[in-house]
Each structure stands twice: as C-alpha cells, then as structure tokens.
Design a protein around this ligand. Structure first.
Ligand code: FAD
Ligand code: 2HG
Ligand code: ZN
Length: 506
C-alpha cells in the first residue's frame, strides 16, 4: 500500500544551495586554477589604472569592484574547485554599457569572463588568470510578458526563480527548472543551454528561446529579440549563443516562451529494487501517463542516503536500492489522477514499485523535490566532489557507477549516480576526502573513454567550461571542433571572451 507522507521539515525548494555555501565558506580557499591545472597565461593585456578609470567613466563607481575582498567571490566557482585571479569586476546596467566595455576591452586586448549567478559546475563562470569579470547581476529588469502567447522578454541577469514567480501570476511557468533556480540567471541558463528537471516535457532552450540580444566581442549589438514562433528570415543566429558559454558573445536580453501553469500537479516518490526496474518503470510511465508526464528522475541509494545524512534532510520513504521520482503536469485533476492511479496499481502489483508515496500537496511536493535537488550540494560536505554529467543510451545508463565504485575502492568516500532518466542524462558524483592529482588521474580520462565507447556525451547539460575542453574530442570529431574554432575566430578574433574555456588549445 502507498504510505502517506508524515515527515516534513523543509518546505522551501532551494535552501540547501545556500546552506552548503555557508558551511563551505569557512573552508580554505581552493588552489588557483592556473597552478592546479598547469595553465599558461595567454598574451592578453593586463588591467592598468587608466583602464579602471575608463570603466568608471562608463559605469558608476559602485559598478566597478576592485577591492580584493569584493572581487574574491567572483573568482571562486560553486563547487570550490576553481579559483581565478581577477582584480576587477564590472557590473553593467544596460546593453549600451556592455557594448562600450567590450569595444574597449577588445581594443586593449583585455580578456573578459562573463558571469551570471556563478552556479556553473564546469568552472566556466570564473576567470583563470586576471580576466575582467563581467557580472550581469544588475541587468535584471523584466521588460514584457505577453499573457496570450506566453512570450517573456527580460534582461539576462534576471534570476530564474524570480522569473518563475513573476510569470506564475499570469498562469504561466518558466520552461526550465533546476536546483540552482534561486541563484542562476536566465542569461546563464541560455549560455549553458541548461537542461534541468523538466526538459523531458518542455524541451530544451533551443526550442523555447524565441529571441536573444547579445553583444559581440567588438561591442557590436546583435538584436535578435523577437517574440515570434515563426521567423525563418535567414540564419537562426540565436542558436549560436545558446550553450556557447560566453565564448561567442554576452547575452544581454532574452525572449522566452512560457508554457501554461499546469492546473493539476502530482508527484510520486517510489522505491524500486534495481536499475532494470527503473527503466521498466520509465517505459511504463511514458505509456500510461503520456502527455502529462513532466519529470522522471532517479537516484541510487547512496545519492539519497548521503543527502539525508550530510544535510539532515528527511527521506519520506524507507531505504531502497533505487528511488524514482515521477511528476505529472496536467490540466484536469480528475483525468490526471485516474491515469496516475492506474499506473500505480499496475506497477505495484507487477512489483516494479515496492513502496512509496504520492502527493499533490505543494509543501509535500517541495520536500520531495528539495531532497532530489539537494543531492548536487550534499557531496561537497564529504570533502571534494568530482562531478561527471554524461548522457548514455538508456540500457547502459547506470553501467559506469559500479565500474567507478570498483575502480575507486579505498580512495572515494562515495560514488553515486542520479539524474534525468527521461533524457538519458546521469550525474555521477565521486566524493573524496580532498582533491588529489592521483584521484583525478584515476578518473580522467578513464570515464570519458568509457562514455565514448558507449556512444554517449561527456557533457550532457553542464557544458564544457574550463574543466573539459581537453576532453571535448571524446564527443566531437575533428571537423566539428575546427568549425567551432572558425566560428570563434569570426566572432571574437582576439579571443578575449572567456578564454581557456570550451575550445581546446590547438
Ligand atoms: P554562470 O555559472 O555564472 O555561468 C555559466 C557559463 O555561462 C559561464 O561560462 C559564463 O561565462 C556564461 N555566462 C553566464 N551568463 C552569461 C551571459 N549573460 N552571457 C554570456 N555568457 C554567460 N544545470 C543543468 O543544466 N541542469 C540542472 O539540473 C542543474 N542543476 C544544478 C543544481 C545546482 C544546485 C547547481 C549549483 C547547478 C546546477 N546546474 C544545472 C548548473 C548551473 O546551474 C547551470 O549551468 C546554469 O544554467 C548556470 O547559470 P548561471 O547564471 O549560474 O551561470
Ligand atoms: C542536477 O540535476 C544538477 O541536480 C547537478 O544537474 C548535478 O551536481 C551534479 O552532479
Ligand atoms: Zn542535472
């Protein structure tokens, strides 16, 4: 019988991102990325007093940070792995200011690292050397919302959760949702082509982004802000900025299509006996729930037990080898509940679902989502966490977790797998007491070789950033990499935009 939920402590969806950060703040600073990964500085100019004066003439005094303690947080990434050496953070408030800054930096050959909410997981959002940090945080205005078409136009620095709350008032939702929603920017989401928890239902940003405004390295503003579903006038330039991680231009505004807020939402959290059952359950959920299925996530026992232990979160169901989270978004409560009940009845009697809980109460749903979303941060409390974000054909989805467990026996605190089953995207986290070159060498490139053998992608949704350019060839062939280089050369001939990221050194 499905048990009802009794244990509910937390009701907010994103508190643990902050909680983990607070706990980690007391730890020692991460090693400088340049030393840790043995990187040579490229021949860019370095910021002089005259440059700072110029920036202060374009921006106001408080939009230019040069105090070491003010700049430090912009130099360190979310997982406390990378640390840059920037001396200046610029916080423009308009596209015109971004354009003036870039035109100047391009002329002076000063390198720039664009930064949104700094929640990226591949080191792309922080400088490596003394690149100027261009923070979009003050470009956070909502420009318009068309209640009929669902087209939202806003500046790039708007926080995803703020946008979601705003569009909710018009019975709409943002087409993407992720654990970092309380901090990440929509511009950062677009620049990483963030996937998240409901991609299965609402697709990725290549589908929902209607238009974009971006500034090229030389300061040219490319205005492709349109709120049209159909616009086949020449090349579809917006796609160049989606997922290019700040290497081709700075995203300054976006137009996003927001789907209708579902009237009926239900969440199931189930325990299953093995990974084979997870896959069978997914197939069954697709067949039974059809168009109302909005998320199908899985987590193994170690993912959930580490999160429960490290962050003191409640697990509303008992201990199981694997957990599955099934969400429905629909418009008719009775119709959706009937579908879900039929699915549950069938799969409980088939034995695929051992036990679990189903709820439509917002607070209870938040508690379950909070447990799932907190897995990303929980491992940081073990010491150091290696994060792999790969996509693998469904049948082999979980194969690498036991392989890595065996390989890292005695070295890792934990090796666990969780993620977006519906998208074939698994997150494998390997936690160790502290970063070491020895552990890194045992994991890399081994894991990427294995993913490549399985015809998977070495970065399913987090991007390439600073940590993966030298592994990109496991997922892209030489022809594709050289076309990427040509595009980079065309759009940023001096290479000032987010150097050391995405593209490997020739
Ligand atoms: P940042 O981290 O600041 O930057 C990311 C990259 O984009 C950098 O290369 C940066 O230079 C560039 N960039 C940022 N803003 C701009 C801009 N305006 N113009 C040009 N370039 C820019 N990702 C997923 O895909 N799915 C998930 O489910 C998911 N869950 C997460 C959960 C947690 C708890 C955390 C910490 C991260 C998660 N992420 C996830 C990763 C991350 O949140 C996303 O990549 C997010 O889209 C980054 O947005 P941001 O504003 O923080 O960007
Ligand atoms: C998630 O799905 C995120 O929770 C983060 O993409 C994954 O930290 C990770 O490994
Ligand atoms: Zn994810």
């Amino acid at each position: 019988m499905i048990k009802s939920l009794t244990l509910f402590v937390r009701t907010v969806r994103t508190p643990n991102v902050a909680l983990v950060q607070t706990r980690l703040a007391s730890q020692v600073l991460p090693q400088l990325s340049a030393t840790k990964y043995n990187v040579k500085r490229k021949e860019f100019g370095s910021v002089q007093a005259d440059d700072v004066n110029f920036f202060k003439s374009v921006l106001s005094e408080e939009q230019v940070l040069t105090e070491e303690s003010d700049v430090l947080p912009f130099n360190i990434d979310w997982i406390k792995n990378c640390r840059g050496q920037s001396k200046v953070v610029l916080k423009p408030k308009s596209t015109k200011q971004v354009s003036e800054i870039l035109a100047y930096c391009n002329k002076r050959q000063l390198a720039v690292c664009p930064q949104g909410g700094n929640t990226g997981l591949v080191g792309g959002s922080v400088p490596v050397f003394d690149e100027i940090v261009l923070s979009l945080s003050l470009m956070n205005k909502i420009i318009s919302l068309d209640e009929i078409s669902g087209a939202l136009v806003c500046e790039a620095g708007c926080i995803l959760e703020t946008l979601d709350n705003y569009v909710k008032e018009q019975n709409l939702i943002m087409p993407l949702d992720l654990g970092a929603k309380g901090s990440c920017h929509i511009g950062g989401n677009v620049s990483t082509n963030a996937g998240g928890l409901r991609l299965l239902r609402y697709g990725n940003l290549h589908g929902s982004l209607m238009g974009v405004e971006a500034v090229k390295a030389d300061g040219t503003v490319v205005d492709c802000i349109r709120t049209l579903k159909k616009d086949n006038t020449g090349y579809h330039l917006k796609h160049l900025f989606i997922g290019s991680e700040g290497t081709l231009g700075i995203v300054t505004k976006v137009a996003v299509h927001c789907p209708v807020l579902p009237k009926a939402v239900t969440l199931g959290f189930f325990g299953v006996k093995d990974f084979d059952s997870v896959l069978k359950l997914y197939k069954s959920a697709k067949a039974s729930l059809g168009e109302i299925l909005s998320a199908f996530e899985m987590a193994d026992n170690d993912s959930i037990s580490s999160t429960v232990q490290n962050l003191k979160l409640p697990n509303p169901i008992a201990d199981f080898p694997f957990y599955v989270l099934v969400e429905t978004h629909g418009s008719d409560e009775t119709h959706d509940a009937e579908k879900l009940s039929r699915f549950l009845e069938r799969e409980m009697s088939s034995g695929l679902i051992i036990d679990g809980t189903v709820t439509s109460e917002p607070a209870k749903m938040q508690t379950i989502w909070n447990l799932r979303e907190s897995i990303a941060g929980a491992g940081l409390l073990d010491g150091y966490v290696y994060k792999y974000d790969v996509s693998i054909p469904a049948a082999r989805y979980y194969d690498l977790v036991p392989v890595l467990r065996q390989r890292m026996a005695g070295k890792a605190v934990k090796v666990y797998g969780y993620g977006h089953v519906g998208d074939g995207n698994i997150h494998i986290n390997v936690t160790v007491p502290e970063y070491s070159k020895e552990a890194t060498d045992m994991l890399e490139p081994f894991i990427f070789e294995e993913v490549s053998k399985l015809k998977g992608s070495i970065s399913a949704e987090h991007g390439v950033g600073f940590r993966k350019p030298h592994f990109i060839h496991y997922s892209k062939d030489e022809g594709a990499i050289s076309l990427m280089r040509e595009l980079k050369q065309l759009m940023d001939p001096n290479g000032i935009l987010n150097p050391y990221k995405v593209l490997p050194d020739p």
